[in-house]
Write a protein that binds this ligand. Structure first.
Ligand code: HEC
Length: 117
């Protein structure tokens, strides 16, 4: 009995990343979920919070990035910037579209907290 529930748990966990096509409870579409995964792998080292103190940190990415302009954001990703590599040869156009689709679900960061007096 116990063994069965362990096997079931394993199957559920192992199957989760491939569960595209289903609208999960997180409310993301398949494309947005793919984008979130690519972002974590290819961009997270510089753009996700745990690395903010690293010297290659980038600004937080959100709905407001590139003034909300998807074409501008695509240009940054393809060509890179002085401190960011371009991804033209690393990501497929559909993967870049997925990253943008995901970033557009992220609310803009809250304004920096006022320092305590
Ligand atoms: C090596 C670190 C690094 C990686 C990896 C990286 N970035 Fe960046 N990114 C930066 C830095 C730093 C900037 C700020 C511009 C500058 O200083 O050159 C930036 C700027 C940007 C901008 C412009 C943001 C703005 O508000 O002007 C976008 C869009 C962007 N990155 C998207 C991405 C995406 C999407 C990925 C993954 C496919 C990615 N970056 C991977 C470091 C990185």
């Amino acid at each position: 009995m116990r063994r069965h529930s362990l096997v079931l748990l394993f199957l559920l966990t192992a199957g989760a990343p491939h569960a595209y096509g289903q609208q999960a409870a997180d409310g993301f579409t398949e494309q947005q979920r793919l984008g979130r995964q690519i972002l974590a792998q290819a961009c997270g080292v510089c753009h996700l919070p745990p690395a903010r103190n690293a010297n290659t940190y980038g600004p937080p990415l959100s709905k407001a990035t590139g003034g909300g302009n998807d074409d501008l954001m695509r240009k940054f990703i393809l060509e890179g910037t002085p401190r960011m590599p371009g991804f033209r040869y690393f990501l497929q156009p559909a993967e870049i579209d997925a990253v943008i689709a995901y970033v557009r679900t992220v609310p803009p960061p809250a304004p920096a907290p006022v320092a305590a007096r």
